[in-house]
Design a protein around this ligand. Structure first.
Ligand code: ATR
Length: 276
């Protein structure tokens, strides 16, 4: 609430679009950054369903005090087609998580999740190069993370998703770009992999099922989350019980917060990604 008393008619507005929205941590982190910098900017949460996404985005184009918005679960893939232009990385990955609104109302999308996730791993001294990775999920965040891990030189990625055709589609996207990486569709069994990543939205709600079979985890595995709230998800709690090293989801956000702010600032050059 640091920005509460500073909002005025000149304040530039940023949004985060999600469904559900209760869990989002970006407004807190972004508003802290704005306050530290003394920026006349504020980020607010917009709870938007899949059915309403298109009409909301049309309306956002007309809000002249809006500079941009963050896009998260479950809209990261659907938003690509609603932007006027996207970065090369976003086109390759097939997902967008940050959108800049230009002065003429046009929208430019970029994807920073992969860079954020990778930076979060490295911040905790986990170097994925050469690792075998089990990835649960094949949505927008999963696609970004898969591309970033492949670019970082992982040996193998096994993808498990409720909707199998999405895992297959992700492999088809990755194969021509990373022919040296072994790619396969997996089951709920994460055994035999060095790094286990949950990139589904499972864990956001208390009644969610687990994203994978935790009984098959072994203590030599590292288990990483993209869920930020709760910090210790049922998956991470179960992995800790099994003796695994666990990495929570917060660094993925914190490592991309400044990049997000830059991506939404008008007239900024596109950022470079390792895989393009
Ligand atoms: P985001 O863009 O934030 O990544 P998303 O594209 O909707 O969000 O992806 C959500 C991921 O969580 C998907 O892998 C989704 O599986 P499906 O592709 O089968 O939808 C997964 N997911 C969400 N709810 C799930 C559930 N109840 N059981 C299993 N997987 C689920």
């Amino acid at each position: 609430m640091e920005n509460k008393n500073k909002i005025s008619g000149t304040t530039r507005v940023y949004a985060i679009i999600a469904d559900p929205i209760h869990h989002v941590q970006t407004p807190g982190a972004m508003n802290r950054l704005f306050t530290e910098r003394g920026d006349d900017r504020v980020m607010v949460p917009f709870h938007v369903s899949t059915e309403s996404l298109q009409s909301v985005v049309v309306g956002l184009r007309g809000i002249q005090s809006l500079d941009g918005f963050i896009v998260t679960v479950p809209h990261k893939s659907a938003i690509v087609e609603l932007c006027d232009s996207v970065s090369d990385a976003a086109r390759l990955v097939g997902a967008v998580n940050v959108v800049r609104r230009n002065e003429d109302g046009s929208l430019h999308g970029d994807i920073l999740d992969g860079a954020g996730f990778l930076a979060g791993l490295r911040q905790r001294d986990v170097e994925p190069s050469g690792m075998s990775v089990y990835l649960a999920g094949a949505g927008g965040a999963a696609k970004a993370i898969a591309f970033a891990l492949a670019a970082a030189g992982v040996r193998k990625i096994t993808i498990f998703n409720r909707t199998t055709c999405k895992a297959e589609a992700l492999i088809q996207r990755l194969t021509p770009v990373f022919p040296a990486v072994e790619l396969c569709v997996g089951s709920d069994d994460p055994s035999g992999h060095d790094l286990v990543v949950n990139s589904t939205s499972l864990g956001l709600s208390v009644d969610d099922i687990l994203p994978l079979n935790v009984a098959l985890l072994t203590s030599s595995q590292i288990v990483a989350e993209i869920i930020m709230k709760p910090a210790i998800t049922p998956l991470l709690a179960a992995a800790t019980e099994k003796g695994c090293r666990v990495l929570d989801g917060m660094p993925m956000l914190l490592c991309q917060i400044e990049l997000m702010a830059a991506a939404m600032a008008t007239n900024k050059n596109e950022q470079n990604h390792e895989y393009i």
